[in-house]
Design a binder for this molecule. Structure first.
Ligand SMILES: Cc1ncc(COP(=O)(O)O)c(C=O)c1O
Length: 360
């Protein structure tokens, strides 16, 4: 038998989540964020499951855009992080991908490119995140310059990104909302601001395009709010099996560095999943894994290929029994309360040795 670490993926739940988001932002078009290998779900397969939904697809580089087009994806594609070098621009034109411009250099790069076809450009504006984007002061003149540019297609949209939208009272939210409101008064075009937090907390941020990432995969990521509360369903259910069962006497030590000592006689199970599969090495004692439908706490440090659980409360646990690492029955939102790792990073860190099976 091959390694039993398997991610079961549900296209049905993915489409359900997009329909929940679409209902919430019913005047906006969805830009499905499938960057970072679709948050670890597999970019091409994810895109194929939603290619008929009239969504844009948001990815981080032209390599992703080319891979999507070569796989036959027809949806509009937006390169959300802009070009990394001049050569990205003709490729974006060739593969019919829209591109974000966020630096003056991008305009000079476009000037250098000789192409009969035009590029579709989005302008990123920095409204407070201070990561990417033209400043509030320069964005109007950049917009005017690009509007008249002979190599740019008609219809330049403006995009910005929340820095604190996962909390309704996040420090920068009001300021960023106001910035976009101000810009909208000055520039008559389409806008995009909201990610998952914006979609659920700030209807006024929906504008013309919303950009869900984590919510699309059925995870809330909003502190104190479970995906189920938002009617979202997990797209990924990550499973493995019990690889070994052992009876341990009170006082014995378990796992690396002998940091965990059995308080009572106990039964422990080894799960075939470790940090080399993508499980956070920092997951503390007590983080649950579901064995035969029962939450069992991790004991001892997470190893490279294995995790040790206290399964004393399960009757007749045996080798081969199912372990749900997260997903159906054990929401990732619950796991991150223990690991304190963002759900996007937990998903995106899954390693290639985990097998992927789309179940519907
Ligand atoms: C520019 C941009 N838009 C949207 C998203 C999606 O964010 P979320 O996963 O919080 O929905 C991201 C995620 O990092 C992003 O960088």
């Amino acid at each position: 038998m091959t390694r039993p670490a398997i991610a079961y993926l549900s296209g049905k739940n993915l489409r359900h989540n997009i329909s929940v988001i679409q209902k919430k932002a019913n005047h906006s078009q969805v830009i499905a964020m499938i960057k970072a290998n679709a948050y670890g779900h597999g970019m091409v397969e994810t895109a194929k499951h939603i290619d008929d939904l009239n969504c844009y697809m948001g990815v981080a580089s032209i390599d992703d855009g080319i891979e999507l087009r070569n796989a036959g994806i027809k949806s509009n594609i937006l390169l959300i992080q802009g070009p990394f070098q001049t050569e990205d621009i003709p490729l974006a034109i060739q593969y019919d991908c829209d591109m974000v411009f966020h630096q003056k250099e991008h305009i000079s790069w476009l000037d250098e490119v000789s192409t009969p076809n035009k590029l579709k450009v989005w302008i990123k504006v920095n409204t407070g995140m201070n990561r990417l984007g033209f400043s509030m002061e320069e964005v109007e003149s950049v917009y005017n310059t690009l509007q008249d540019h002979p190599k740019i297609k008609e219809g330049i949209s403006i995009v910005s990104h929340f820095s604190c939208a996962s909390k309704p009272d996040g420090l920068m939210n009001a300021h960023q909302l106001q910035c976009v409101k101000d810009l909208k008064r000055k520039i008559n075009t389409k806008f995009s601001l909201a990610n998952t937090g914006g979609i659920f907390y700030f209807p006024e941020s929906h504008y013309d395009y919303v950009r869900p990432g984590i919510a699309m995969y059925g995870v809330s990521s909003l502190p104190g709010v479970m995906a189920e509360d938002l009617n979202l369903k997990p797209v990924m259910t990550l499973k493995s099996i019990v690889n070994a069962v052992r009876h341990v006497k009170k006082g014995e030590y378990i796992g690396y560095s002998a940091t965990y000592q059995a308080k009572e006689d106990m039964i422990m199970a080894v799960i075939a999943f470790g940090h080399a599969d993508g499980y956070p090495v920092t997951a503390p004692v007590g983080t649950p894994i579901l064995v035969n439908g029962v939450r069992c706490p991790i004991i001892g440090p997470v190893s490279m290929d294995m995790i040790i659980l206290d399964v004393t409360k399960i009757k007749d646990v045996k080798i081969g029994d199912e372990a749900v690492i997260w997903g159906d029955g054990l929401p990732l939102d619950e796991i991150i309360q223990h690991t304190k790792v963002s759900p996007g990073s937990m998903l995106a860190l899954l390693r290639s040795r985990v097998k992927y099976i789309w179940v519907d």
